[in-house]
Design a protein around this ligand. Structure first.
Ligand code: ZN
Length: 226
C-alpha cells in the first residue's frame, strides 16, 4: 500500500495578490500574501487516497495595509460538477479575524414588525456565527416576509420582488441584487450549499437598506416632522 505523504513549503504563495474582504475598508480589496506556509499531502485508505492542499497566509490590504490571516483549503473529495465531465474543486476559505465578527444589527430593531425583527436578528446571529447556509435561508426569508407584509403579493418571489419596485419601496438596482439573494436562498434550501461570506454580507446590506426604507425611516420622519 502506498505511504501517506505530507509536505510543507514556506512562502510558496508569498507575493501573490488575492481579493479578500478587508476588516477596515469594509469591502473586498486586493490583498498581498506577505508570508505563507503551504501544505500538501495525500492520505491512503485501502486502495483510495485523499489529496489535500492548505495555504496558510498572512495577508495585507493594499489600500489600508491592515494585516490579517487567511487559510484556503481544497481536497480531492470536495468538488462540484460544472458539467457531466468537468469538475471544480471547492475552496474553503477561513479568515481571522472573522469578517462578520461583531456585525451589529440596525438600531431600533424593535420598531420592525415582530416576525421580521425575529428573522432579521436570527440571520445576523447566523452570519456572526459563521453559519452561511442558515444565513442564506434567513436572508431569503427576510425578503419573503417583507414582501408579504407590504402585500407585494404574487405567486412567486421573483414577482414579489418586482412588485416591491412597483409600489415604490425598492429601486431597480436594489431589485437586481435581491434577485441574486433569491437565487442564494434557492441554493441554500434546495442544495444545502453554503455561500460566500462576502456575497451574503452584501445581500444582508441590501436587506438592511430595505428595512430602513420601509419601516425605520418613515417612523423617524413622522417623529421629526410632526
Ligand atoms: Zn483595507
Amino acid at each position: 500500500m502506498p505511504e501517506n505523504s505530507h509536505s510543507q513549503e514556506i512562502n510558496k504563495s508569498a507575493g501573490t495578490v488575492i481579493d479578500v474582504p478587508c476588516t477596515e475598508c469594509k469591502r473586498s480589496t486586493k490583498h498581498k500574501v506577505l508570508a505563507s506556509v503551504d501544505v500538501a499531502g495525500e492520505d491512503w485508505y485501502g486502495n483510495n487516497s485523499v489529496q489535500y492542499n492548505t495555504h496558510n497566509q498572512i495577508v495585507q490590504c493594499q489600500g489600508c495595509e491592515t494585516t490579517t490571516f487567511r487559510t484556503c483549503s481544497t481536497n480531492s473529495e470536495d468538488f462540484d460538477y460544472l458539467s457531466h465531465d468537468r469538475l471544480e474543486y471547492i475552496e474553503t476559505v477561513v479568515l481571522y479575524p472573522s469578517r462578520n465578527e461583531g456585525r451589529t444589527p440596525l438600531k431600533d430593531v424593535y420598531l420592525l414588525p415582530s416576525n421580521i425583527q425575529r428573522i432579521y436578528e436570527e440571520t445576523i446571529k447566523a452570519m456572526n456565527n459563521d453559519q452561511p447556509v442558515l444565513a442564506g435561508i434567513g436572508i431569503r426569508a427576510l425578503v419573503e416576509t417583507i414582501c408579504k407584509d407590504k402585500q407585494a403579493a404574487d405567486n412567486n418571489l421573483f414577482d414579489k420582488i418586482n412588485a416591491l419596485v412597483q409600489i415604490g419601496v425598492l429601486t431597480t438596482d436594489g431589485a437586481t441584487i435581491l434577485h441574486q439573494i433569491r437565487t442564494l436562498g434557492n441554493d441554500a434550501v434546495h442544495e444545502v450549499k453554503p455561500h460566500k461570506t462576502d456575497q451574503l454580507s452584501l445581500a444582508l446590506d441590501v436587506c438592511e437598506h430595505l428595512l430602513q426604507g420601509v419601516y425605520l425611516l418613515p417612523y423617524y420622519a413622522k417623529q421629526t416632522f410632526k
